[in-house]
Each structure stands twice: as C-alpha cells, then as structure tokens.
Ligand binder design. Structure first.
Ligand SMILES: [Zn+2]
Length: 343
C-alpha cells in the first residue's frame, strides 16, 4: 500500500474557527511519519494537469479558481482560499489521480491524505470547503486510462453532491454514498438514483442522525456490498471522510473508530474480489478521531488489522441495529429495486 501526502497541505489556510483547518494536515503528517517508521512507503503528490481537471470541471470555473492564486478569496459561504490554496488544491487533485493510477497500474492499494477535500465541489462551483472534486477527477482519470467500471463509495457523513451530479448520467461510474440525511448539503435522498443511461448507478443510503456502527454495518452488508459485487468495479475509489465519527463536531452520527474500520473492511473485501482500491480523504474534523480512523484504515487496507469481529452485532456490543438502520435499508431497497433486484 502506498501513502501519498505532503506537509504542504497545511499551506491552504482557512479563516479562524473554520473546521477544515491546517491542523488537519498535521494529522496527515503524523500518520505518515508513523507509517514510515513501520516500514511503509510514501510518495509526494504531483499537481493535477489542466486536462485532468477539465474532465469534470467547467472551463470558466477552472479559470475562476486559478485566478485565486496569490489571493484570499471567498468562493462560497464556507469555502475560502489563501494565497497558496490554488497550488495546494492542485496537489490534492493530483494525489487522488496518482492514487487511482497506482491502484490500476500496480494492483496495490493507495491512500491519498489530502486537503482541501473535494466531494461537494460541482462542475462549475466551489462548495462546502471543496475547490476541486478530487475523487471525481481520479475516477475520470481511471476511465480515461481504460478502466471500464469505476465505483466511488463515499463514506463521509455528508452527501457528495458534486460527485453524484458529475456522474449522474454515466453507467460506467457507480456512485454509492452513506450519509446523514436530512443534512448538509441537502441532496442524497434514496430516490436520487441516476438519470438516463445512469439510472441505478447512483445509490444513496440516507441515514438519520444518531445512526451507529450496527446501522452502518447493516446497510453495508445488505445493500452497499451486494450492489458493488454485482457492479464488479475494476477500481474502487473511496471518498474517505471520517466525520460520521461519534466525536465529530459537525455531524450527529455515533460511528466509532471500530465501526469505520468495519466499513473499510467491507470495501477492502469488495476490492479483493473485483479489482483495485484507492482512497482519498474528505472530511473528519475532530483531530484525534481523524488520526485514529486514518490509522485504522491503513491497518485494514494493509491487511495488518487486529481481529475486528466480522459478524453482524459482534462489535459495538450493546448497540444493536436500530430502527434508523432498518428504515435506511428499506428506503434503499424501495428506490433501487428496479435496478438491483434482490438487495
Ligand atoms: Zn463531510
């Protein structure tokens, strides 16, 4: 497994009190340092190229972001640049592409620890702390490299509106998201399933506030993994946001570090059956939870995880599947029945 990150990710500076702050980059640095100590490999990111960006973003928008170079600009109600942000955002998108290419070319997992995050960025606008849609740029790069079926699984607590809309009509890129709903950014209802040729290739799993490990395990086991196995992605990209963690200050979920490890374990299992896996960070705003989830993810993907119980209900003892999990699963089944029979 290859880790792709850089100390330069601290150079994207957000206003005081902003949750997507430079200290998140220091967590990446610490995780990378421990990874190296344990004999792991890391590499520095490159900048995304104009062609790579243009596969998912509009030319006018790319000009607008480029024009923020050297300046502090407010792009959206909660999305800001500092003088270095343009350059650092290019390194975030580039790292995501590198991770995807590494997974495809070497059949070895890769994990890009980057900021700013990407999944709210739309074709023509910045949104929700995101400048470029890193994971979407990586998915498009994999498609351009000849990968026929790419799945993006978004485990961030927020719905990845940008990624969803970019591939909404495209059956070659399956977008699957588990997220708090209703919540920012407002999209991600179960009946948003894709359009035209892409119908059925967007799978939203909206979970109510308060959902925990067992609820997540239920929807992954009963819906997300079966759909992924049917789709058989040659590349599985993970929008790796850790803000569904119980300690996260922005959202209201109760997922523990072990719960996140279990989600990653499900996805690693899918990749082992069908192709490669590459992960790209998104949110995660409580720094100790972020560090713990990154470490747990590395251990799961690298195959070095301590035995985390695999059977439903064995972890999160005392926290059985709640009505939230059952309601989410039913909503997905109702919406996706025409496309994924038997889930
Ligand atoms: Zn998020």
């Amino acid at each position: 497994m290859l880790l792709i990150t850089s100390p330069r990710y601290e150079e994207h500076v957000t206003p005081p009190g902003h949750p997507e702050r430079m200290e998140r980059a220091h967590v990446f640095d610490a995780v990378a340092a421990r990874w190296l100590e344990k004999g792991g490999r890391t590499t520095a990111p490159r900048s995304a190229t104009p062609d790579e960006l243009a596969r998912v973003h509009a030319p006018e928008y790319l000009e607008r972001v480029a024009a923020t170079g050297g300046r502090a600009v407010m792009l959206d109600a909660d999305t800001f640049t500092s003088p270095e942000s343009y350059e650092i955002a290019l390194l975030a998108a580039g790292a995501a592409v590198q991770a995807a290419e590494h997974a495809v070319d070497h059949q070895e997992p890769a994990f890009a620890l980057v900021r700013p995050p990407g999944h709210h960025a739309e074709r023509d606008r910045a949104m929700g702390f995101c400048l470029y849609n890193n994971v979407a740029i990586a998915a498009a790069a994999a498609r351009a490299r000849g990968v026929e079926r790419v799945a993006v699984v978004d485990i961030d607590v927020h719905h990845g509106n940008g990624t969803q809309w970019m591939f909404y009509d495209d059956p070659s890129v399956l977008y699957v998201s588990t997220h708090q709903h209703p919540f920012y950014p407002g999209t991600g209802a179960a009946d948003e399933v894709g359009n035209g040729e892409g119908a059925g290739f967007t799978v939203n799993v909206p979970l109510e506030a308060g959902s925990g490990d067992a609820d997540y395990d239920l929807v992954y086991r009963a819906a997300v993994v079966p759909v992924l196995d049917r789709f058989a992605p040659q590349l599985l990209l993970v929008s790796a946001g850790f803000d569904a963690h119980e300690r996260d200050p922005l959202a209201s979920m109760r997922v523990t570090t072990d719960g996140y490890a279990s989600v990653i374990r499900h996805l690693v299992g899918v990749a082992a059956r069908h192709g490669g896996i590459a992960l790209v960070t998104e949110g995660g705003y409580e720094l100790t939870a972020l560090a713990a989830c990154l470490e747990a993810t590395l251990a799961e993907v690298d195959g070095a995880a301590p035995g985390i119980p695999d059977a439903l209900g064995e972890f999160g003892a005392g926290a059985p599947v709640s009505s939230r999990g059952h309601r989410a699963l039913q909503a997905v089944r109702d919406a996706q029945a025409p496309y994924w029979r038997g889930i």
